[in-house]
Design a protein around this ligand. Structure first.
Ligand SMILES: Cc1ncc(C[n+]2csc(CCOP(=O)(O)OP(=O)(O)O)c2C)c(N)n1
Ligand SMILES: [Mg+2]
Length: 658
């Protein structure tokens, strides 16, 4: 029985196989079920991070008799076209959705889908938003998906979102064939480029070109293994298109057989050191990062902060990783480094849990001076910039468990008293900061039309459901008033990667993964126009997402940044900015949405915004997406009412009126 349990825990045995083994060993069916449920709870406890994709029950059920001979139900012999082997392996890798754009040389794959309805194909009319949709689905569901497109031409369009997945550490798997078939490769044929797979190598975790058609399933498995092994990241795979048509004999194997089980516990000695430093600190500070959300460890981060009465902050991330309503939350770091965090002013011990940090200035995010403890699974980015007194390489869920236990051992009544006093100080600061934040509504421009961006955000925040999901790609717009709370409250999906054009696609994918939560996409006009095609997917798939475009007819962020780079220069004197004004003619995003089958309206005033949000809600209740094109004021120095545009008018330059 011990052997059975070990094999079950190692995923070498299915649930059914486990129960069968127990009954064969003499247990009654009821006793076997009870053993199963207690062992399953152990198995769950061993998997604090979303487990890498596993084979769905349906795949195991289709194991033919021949497979039984191998003695391992997870292996299924396969014979058929390479494209069908690809489809079979995706099913065995736990994939439910394929996000694709038409690729004629994947014909055998499409053919295979007809009789495999469990693998659902979503046609995305542009690869960028298509990949964003897949990434949104993966992030919001924790389930695997694949993106596929036509050869290098499709891949080139998906690359922006592969880049985002790389920066955000999203386990996105992407495939496109090489148009050059294996018996004519290297001749500069149609859509041929040398070393296609190498083009994306610097922005993927794993890249591979399968060398034989029967290697397709193994290549697929390795892509999923690489992408889903923490720290996550995108994988790209490719093969010559004729491999899809060739008949192969190969093996389809359940993905969970390749799970390297990277649920890493930190070094106990380092944990002891960290615990000691933290309990002895006068002014400790906790920075939370995305690994906390990914490991579903927000509750543990709260516990750690509460034990020590330790304030909590966050530096630019994808998710809101701590309840912003919590009295120990002191707000996001306002600018690039911790020096900009007004409270606590001089932390002596700083612990980062799960943020890989984006250093955007010569000054490191964590300044020299304080003792720095770093807990992360992404060991590669540890100790590259900041002096690190205690490196804790760990799955942060397990790491927090161990740290909490170690601190618990050290806490004396005096230390508890100190922590309680500190918590009280932090609470006072947090209350005050909250009051100050609410003063955003005191702006003299609060009621103006076009609206100020802060008013739009405030109205959305007061409209959104208590558990709404906010997908944010709203350019230079400040996020406030939402009180995000990953523990059952509002969630945030921010545009961390910043290849623009992800917002609409991401929100479509998030809604696909979480149909029972309100999804609101906040997007700048400039960002929106990089990727509106996912609106069509929202209409076709009946994804009731509310999209709010902050339409200032401009790239407001780049406008201000250019001025600060060349302040007082000729551009400012003449007000001639070539790079930032999107008006003349103004784009009408509601009209664009209508063209994709999504209803919407242009909003001019705060009063109209409230009514329009009501109509948006009505549409979503009825299962339909809706878009608000909100006219937003251009703020910042150097904006004219009617901005100058470069004088290029081709109609007047013509010799012939054609
Ligand atoms: C694909 C891509 N192209 C260009 C940029 C550079 N860029 C950064 S912000 C920005 C403008 C965003 O405009 P908008 O969404 O309207 O926000 P606003 O600045 O007006 O608030 C651009 C073009 C980018 N990040 N990604
Ligand atoms: Mg804009």
């Amino acid at each position: 029985m011990r052997d059975l349990v070990a094999r079950y825990l190692n995923h070498a045995l299915s649930r059914r196989g486990f129960v069968r083994g127990l009954t064969q060993a003499g247990l009654t069916a009821t006793a076997a079920q009870s053993v199963l449920s207690s062992v399953s709870s152990v198995a769950r406890a061993q998997s604090p991070v979303p487990a890498p994709p596993s084979a769905p029950a349906t795949a195991a059920k289709t194991v033919p008799a021949a497979a039984a001979n191998t003695g391992n139900a997870a292996i299924k012999p396969f014979q058929g076209p390479g494209g069908a082997a690809f489809a079979e392996q995706l099913i065995a890798s736990g994939v439910k959705y394929v996000f694709g754009n038409s690729a004629s040389e994947d014909a055998q794959f499409y053919e295979a889908l007809v009789d495999r309805p469990q693998l659902k194909y979503i046609l995305t009319p542009h690869e960028g938003p298509g990949a964003a949709m897949a990434a949104g689905y993966v992030k919001a569901s924790g389930e695997p998906a694949i993106v596929m497109q036509a050869a290098v031409v499709g891949m080139a369009n998906a690359m922006g979102q592969i880049f985002n997945a790389f920066k955000e550490q999203t386990p996105l798997v992407v495939y496109s064939y090489r148009t050059d078939q294996s018996r004519r490769a290297g001749r500069d044929g149609f859509e041929e480029v040398p070393n296609q797979e190498q083009i994306v190598q610097p922005i993927t975790k794993y890249t591979w070109l399968a060398r034989r058609p029967d290697m397709i399933p193994e290549t697929v498995r390795r892509a999923f293994k690489a992408a889903w092994t923490p720290p996550h990241g995108p994988a790209y795979i490719s093969w010559h298109s004729d491999y899809n048509d060739e008949r192969v004999r190969t093996e389809i194997i359940a993905q969970d057989q390749f799970d390297p089980r990277m649920r890493v516990r930190p070094d106990p000695d380092e944990i002891e050191r960290a615990a000691k430093l933290l309990v002895e600190a006068k002014t400790p500070l906790l920075i939370v990062g995305d690994e906390v959300s990914k490991a579903k460890a927000v509750g543990k981060a709260v516990k750690l902060a509460e034990m020590l009465g330790m304030p909590v902050t966050q530096v630019r991330q994808l998710y809101a990783n701590f309840p912003e309503t919590h009295p120990l939350w002191v707000g996001n770091v306002p600018a690039g480094t911790l020096r900009s965090q007004p409270y606590p002013k001089n932390p002596d011990v700083i612990i980062n849990v799960g943020n890989k940090f984006q250093h955007n200035s010569p000054a490191p995010i964590v300044p020299r001076g304080p003792t720095f403890i770093d807990m992360r699974i992404d060991a590669a980015s540890m100790g590259n910039v900041m002096l690190t007194a205690v490196p804790l390489v760990a799955d942060v869920g397990l790491g927090l468990d161990d740290l909490i236990a170690a601190i618990g051992q050290l806490m004396t009544p005096t230390l508890k008293q100190k922590a309680a006093e500190r918590a009280e100080e932090v609470r006072k600061y947090a209350e005050n900061a909250k009051t100050l934040r609410a003063m955003v509504a005191n702006s003299p421009d609060w009621d103006q039309s076009p609206l100020i961006a802060d008013r739009v955000t405030w109205e959305i925040a007061h409209f959104a459901d208590p558990d709404a999901i906010i997908v944010n790609e709203a350019g230079s717009v400040a996020m406030h008033s939402f009180d995000f709370n990953p523990l059952g409250g509002r969630e945030l999906f921010y545009y961390y990667g910043a290849h623009l054009g992800s917002g609409v696609g991401t929100s479509a994918g998030v809604k696909l993964a979480r149909p029972n939560q309100q999804v609101i996409c906040m997007v700048g006009d400039g960002s929106f126009i990089f990727g509106p095609t996912a609106l069509w997917n929202m209409a076709r798939l009946e994804l009731p997402v509310i999209t709010v475009v902050y339409n200032n007819h401009a790239y407001s962020g780049p406008h201000s940044r250019v001025i600060s780079n060349v302040s007082g220069g000729r551009m400012v004197q003449t007000r001639q900015f070539v790079h930032d004004y999107l008006g003349n003619p103004d784009m009408n995003m509601a009209d664009i949405a209508r063209g994709f089958g999504v209803a919407g309206e242009v909003v001019q005033s705060p009063a109209q915004l409230r009514e329009a949000l009501g109509r948006a809600r009505q549409h979503t209740v009825e299962g339909k997406p809706y878009l608000l094109d909100v006219q937003v004021a251009r703020k910042g120095v150097g904006w004219a009412d009617k901005p100058w545009i470069p004088p290029i008018r081709v109609a007047e330059m013509r010799q012939r009126k054609v």
